[in-house]
Ligand binder design. Structure first.
Ligand code: 6PG
Length: 258
């Protein structure tokens, strides 16, 4: 394992190996936090992540994880109806969440009606309100500076252009600090309307696991090299930190220029 600038990383030969390691990492933290706090707050993203998480549906994890103690959130969400194939909620529900015993009330999706109406601004405001209520109920703690919620584990992906969550290069959302959740209506990755956690919220998590598999573009390994070798801050993913651990899992292709 290598480490630099508080960023740790592993390179895996195949996506399958990466996904086995991701399951192990997640299961370990689930056991740790369930024991320490009686619950585990997990933040998902969209993209390839849900496929890679499916190893958790296999032995030994499926029957040993305390699913009833999980609370599930999204670091970003596409603002569309729940049934829309673009919805990250649908992706996670169909591929993963419906197959394990997480109580429905512990799955925090964006507001159904504003989502179906495509109202990104209201979806962001209501999602932030939902997080603030969970802080009041002691489900979510605040990070030590008292300003932002602190999730236990966020499972993130990076786009070939270096975006993470729905923080895109050259777009102003990366600079938002006075909100927990913001929105975008002109996302360069479709669909255009999305909500996203702001950077200080993302970086307040205890553990961040960023998983990147090259999608056979030249851009992805270039962005990884730009982040790891040159710390190019124009790429939102280069800003990623975490309170305890900022871990990157890369496949061989994504790491090919390192
Ligand atoms: O809703 C989204 O589009 C995602 O949350 C997004 O930020 C994703 O995580 C990256 O684009 C990586 O996606 P891939 O895994 O498909 O490369």
């Amino acid at each position: 394992m290598a480490e630099a600038r508080h960023r740790k990383w592993h390179v895996f030969q195949t996506k399958d190996e990466l996904s086995v390691a991701m399951a192990k990492y997640t299961a370990h933290l689930s056991a740790k936090f369930c024991k320490e706090k009686g619950l585990f707050t997990v933040v998902l993203s969209g993209g390839g992540l849900i496929d890679w998480l499916c190893k958790l549906l296999e032995p030994p994890y499926k029957d040993s994880i305390e699913w009833s103690k999980w609370h599930v959130f999204w670091v970003d969400e596409r603002v569309c109806a729940y049934e829309d194939p673009d919805s990250n909620y649908k992706l996670a529900m169909d591929g993963f969440l419906s197959k394990v015993g997480i109580p429905n009330k512990n799955i925090y999706a964006i507001d159904k009606h504003y989502a179906a109406d495509g109202n990104a601004e209201h979806c962001a405001a209501l999602y932030e309100e939902c997080l603030r209520n969970l802080v009041k109920q002691n489900i979510l703690p605040l990070c030590p500076n008292g300003k932002y919620p602190q999730f236990d584990l966020q499972l993130l992906g990076m786009g070939p252009d270096g975006h993470m969550a729905s923080l895109f290069p050259g777009h102003p959302q990366i600079n938002v600090k006075d909100k927990w959740v913001t929105h975008i209506t002109d996302s360069p990755k479709l669909p255009p309307r999305r909500i996203t956690f702001t950077l200080p919220v993302i970086n307040s998590a205890s553990y961040n696991l960023m998983a990147v598999c090259d999608d056979h573009t030249e851009q992805c390994p270039r962005s990884i090299a730009d982040i790891f070798k040159h710390n190019n801050l124009a790429l939102p993913a280069s800003h990623l930190t975490a309170h305890v651990e900022n871990m990157w899992y890369l496949d061989k292709a994504a790491a090919s220029l390192l």
